[in-house]
Design a protein around this ligand. Structure first.
Ligand code: NAI
Length: 248
């Protein structure tokens, strides 16, 4: 039986590790060629090589999502290699947490530049070939804190709320071209990003989750796959929480 994403080409930012890598794995296992875009080119290449050794079609590109030029160059390279771009997942993200009064302007700017502008950059670059092809699935990784807010994360929560607004606007603007845009809002997922948190903070997070445990990158990847697959062909402009019931 043909795989559901056979002949599809997927670009995943932040694809070198964590949730992005799990998304690449899920999409590749369904037959898509995956382009793993990351600011850590060596780690991205290592992950792509690992995928290729398992028979997947995978390519690594080193790029900073905060640069529109690098986004455009990346999409150009994908079009040169594959001649199409069907799926875009904006997953690259950073945190620079601090309470409002201690948050530096640099930390505000850096988080907005990567999480919010980075998503704009890749949507803008990818939408051209998608519009031409009259097909595209865009999934933006937001966060439950973009919906609920979180003390100590005004920059991060603003960037992730912005991603939700952008997702809905893109869905409205490009729906008539058969381009879908949805967001996934993960809760507490075990990755390098959250492993950096102190033990007490991680325990407090887990206690507040109805399922009483952290999620895994694969839990997010499954929902992203759904939104990239034909199973979601009447779903656009939506935000799906993947958070063990933390936010309802
Ligand atoms: P991670 O830190 O393990 O992975 C993030 C990836 O993005 C890394 O490979 C990193 O090199 C890349 N990256 C960072 N800045 C970049 C830039 N300027 N250009 C290109 N690539 C860049 O983090 P994790 O946990 O896998 O997070 C992935 C996404 O999920 C992020 O957008 C994060 O905000 C979001 N998220 C994560 C949650 C969690 O609990 N881990 C919860 C909610 C959302």
């Amino acid at each position: 039986m043909a795989k559901t994403l056979e002949n599809r080409v997927a670009l995943v930012t932040g694809g070198a590790r964590g949730i992005g890598k799990a998304i690449c794995e899920r999409l590749a296992s369904e037959g898509a060629a995956v382009v793993m875009v990351d600011i850590m080119p060596d780690v991205a290449e290592q992950s792509a090589a690992e995928f290729r050794s398992r028979g997947y079609d995978a390519m690594a590109v080193g790029a900073n999502v905060a640069s529109l030029q690098e986004a455009e160059d990346t999409v150009k390279a994908v079009m040169e290699k594959y001649g199409r771009l069907d799926i875009l997942v904006n997953c690259a993200g950073i945190t620079k947490d601090n309470l409002l009064l201690r948050m530096s302007e640099n930390d505000w700017d850096a988080v907005i530049a990567v999480n919010l502008k980075g998503s704009y950059n890749f949507i803008k670059a990818a939408s051209r070939p998608m519009m031409k092809a009259r097909y595209g699935k865009i999934v933006n990784i937001s966060s439950v804190v973009g919906r609920a807010g979180n003390a100590g994360q005004i920059n991060y929560s603003a960037s992730k709320a912005g991603v939700i607004g952008m997702t809905k606007s893109v869905a409205k603007e490009l729906g008539s071209r058969n381009i879908f845009a949805n967001a996934v809002a993960p809760g507490y997922i075990e990755t390098d990003m959250t492993r950096a948190l102190p033990e007490e903070a991680r325990k407090a997070f887990a206690d507040a989750i109805p399922l009483k445990r952290a999620g895994q990158p694969e839990d997010v990847a499954n929902v992203v796959y759904f939104l990239c697959s034909p199973m979601s062909d009447y779903v656009t402009g939506q935000v799906i929480n993947v958070c063990g019931g933390f936010l309802m």
